[in-house]
Design a protein around this ligand. Structure first.
Ligand SMILES: Nc1ncnc2c1ncn2[C@@H]1O[C@H](COP(=O)(O)OS(=O)(=O)O)[C@@H](OP(=O)(O)O)[C@H]1O
Length: 203
């Protein structure tokens, strides 16, 4: 981690921190005043997105419905599959709250980051104690990409969208499989809403 000078903030992003058991303890030991930002989206969509990413690198992978069940006739979800496990946010959060107070964590809605990126960025800037410099002016909806992209209103640089691996089409998953997965996550989601004091509307 580089040294942070007066007036600077050092930021680091690793998606797996939130779900890594040792991470809270290690980060706490490094700097207990660290501010933590977690982007969360509907765990069902997240699991499908995760699978889409894996299958793009490994086209021979079994189907989503083959991987998601431990016992498909009983509808038992396989919680040892990382695409499922990562979305049990309340369990991961418990681990962080052993070291950090809730006030040190900001939960960004992955859904709102797409539908209203400027408001989520407003929350991020407030949380970090920064001036609200990134606003609505910095985003536009790109029809081709189907997602918001960045523009610099004050500069001449070209607008920038995220790369091809972000915002890919998801495969079709049978609706009964999605219902079972949704049922599985419901209690964990409700617990997560209680713990964070935020309703992410994933029902
Ligand atoms: N502006 C914009 N452009 C493109 N994509 C966007 C954007 N905002 C959020 N998203 C969503 O980000 C999802 C990919 O993020 P990841 O969490 O997989 O990224 S990372 O690999 O963990 O860094 C990606 O998931 P998929 O749709 O499954 O590809 C997007 O839904």
């Amino acid at each position: 981690m580089p040294r942070t000078l007066e007036g600077q903030i050092t930021m680091e992003k690793t998606p797996s921190y939130f779900v890594t058991r040792e991470a809270p303890h290690r980060i706490f030991n490094m700097n207990r005043n660290t501010k933590l930002i977690v982007v969360v989206r509907d765990p069902v969509t997240r699991a499908v997105s995760d699978y889409t990413q894996t299958v793009s690198k490994n086209p021979g992978l079994p189907s989503f419905q083959n991987l998601v069940f431990k016992n498909s006739s009983k509808g038992l979800i396989d919680t040892s599959w990382s695409a499922v496990r990562i979305g049990i946010y309340s369990k991961h959060l418990e681990n962080w709250l052993r070291y950090f107070p809730l006030s040190r964590l900001l939960f960004v809605s992955g859904e709102r980051l797409v539908t209203d990126p400027a408001s989520e960025m407003e929350r991020v800037q407030d949380f970090l104690g920064l001036k609200r410099l990134v606003t609505n002016k910095h985003f536009y909806f790109n029809q081709t990409k189907g997602f918001p992209c960045l523009k610099k209103p004050e500069g001449s640089s070209r607008p920038r969208c995220l790369g091809k691996s972000k915002g890919r089409a998801h495969p079709h998953i049978p609706s009964d499989v999605l219902y079972k997965l949704r049922d599985f996550y419901r209690p964990f989601n409700l617990k997560f809403y209680q713990m964070t004091g935020q309703d992410f509307g994933w029902e």
